[in-house]
Design a protein around this ligand. Structure first.
Ligand code: ZN
Length: 366
């Protein structure tokens, strides 16, 4: 299917609308919808604003003014993701579109979620509506990479994140100074914080190992931008953490990952042993807590485990201009990793610090 320049422009508008839900829709997908009249005017637009709220198609339909209602019969709907065909928290969007019966529906990417998977498209076609699929498909698959990965693997999308000095250290202190309660070792400048907090807000959970929790006592929340804080996933399979630890006391949304015998059971706990491997942990975090994505913030051992077990999708890394001359070595970005697709920036600079964003080679766009 060849799409016209106008098709792609309207779909791009729908994609930009979808992006507005980036901090609030997970584990749902990002969806945008634009309704265009026969003479090429946008008469309705909407996006999925937050988990549990109305879907994009419903929002777009509701935005059509009474004066424009008669134009719906000849309209074209641009939807970034295949309309849902199952009644979930809201009625099925395919049923809404079927009832309106517009002339044409243009869909960006198919929904690989088994509950939808082609059903929305079939339903609309069966109703005699022209349905064209695949407009800006690759870009929209990227926009919903977490959601599509969840459907495919039943695991969260995993982003590894760390900050390193110019000479490759995560912490410039010698081992004897990296003891419980020592506090964090700042690598990046204050100016890096808003982007770091944006990286947090984009994922549903922040993973941190017990040792880092003990030494750094990090806050791991979102403070310098307007966005909700993700859940904190504290890995403590060996039961090193005292329940009075600030990270546990301060966060009622914490997921505490404990070994089957060593850790205390809490209502937010997940049982896991290191020897089961990270895939088992990821499957559990997805199945039990519905986490669509994770930002793994450390420490070095945890990050290296994710790299060694190939249990990651993206890497986000800060590099400061200063050298520490020693300390805790940072992980290495694998040579086979890729830059981001679709012309997105894979590196940049904020203040004095440089950032890099790489993608796992399994996501090569052919
Ligand atoms: Zn829907």
């Amino acid at each position: 299917m060849k799409f016209s320049a106008a098709d792609m422009q309207f779909m791009r508008t729908a994609m930009e609308l979808a992006e507005r839900g980036q901090f609030t829709v997970a584990p749902n997908p990002l969806v945008g919808c634009v309704i265009v009249s026969a003479d090429g005017r946008i008469i309705g637009q909407g996006w999925h604003t937050a988990f549990g709220q109305a879907h994009a198609e419903v929002e777009a339909h509701q935005s059509v003014s009474p004066a424009d209602q008669p134009l719906l019969a000849e309209s074209t709907w641009y939807v970034t993701l295949e309309p849902c065909n199952h009644v979930g928290q809201t009625p099925a969007c395919a049923a809404l579109i079927e009832r309106i019966s517009p002339k044409r529906v243009v869909i960006g990417v198919r929904d690989s979620n088994p509950a939808v998977a082609g059903g929305g498209i079939r339903r609309l076609r069966a109703a005699g509506i022209q349905v064209d699929v695949g407009c800006l498909e690759a870009e929209l698959a990227w926009q919903n990479r977490r959601f599509l990965w969840n459907a495919e693997t039943k695991r969260p999308w995993v982003v590894l994140k760390w900050a390193e000095s110019r000479d490759g250290y995560m912490d410039g202190r010698p081992l004897q100074e990296r003891q419980p309660g020592a506090g964090g070792f700042p690598i990046t400048a204050e100016t890096a914080r808003p982007l770091t907090h944006t990286w947090r807000a984009l994922e549903q959970g922040i993973v941190v190992g017990a040792n880092t929790a003990l030494v750094d006592t990090p806050q791991l929340n979102v403070r310098s931008i307007e966005a909700p804080s993700p859940r904190i996933v504290l890995l403590d399979p060996d039961g090193l953490i005292n329940m009075k630890h600030a990270l546990i006391q301060r966060n009622d949304n914490l997921i505490y990952v404990v070994g089957p015998t060593k850790g205390p059971a809490t209502k937010h706990s997940c049982q896991w042993e290191v020897k089961e491997g990270l895939d088992a942990l990821l499957e559990r975090l997805y199945a039990e807590f519905n986490l669509s994505s994770l930002l793994v913030e450390g420490g070095a051992t945890v990050l290296n485990d994710f790299l060694k077990q190939d249990a990651w999708n993206e890497i986000k890394c800060w590099r400061s201009p200063a050298a520490t001359g020693g300390g805790l070595p940072a992980p290495s970005i694998p040579d086979h990793s890729l830059p981001l697709p679709h012309g997105l920036a894979s590196s940049g600079q904020v203040g004095v610090d440089a950032w890099t964003n790489r993608l796992h080679s399994r996501h090569a766009s052919d």
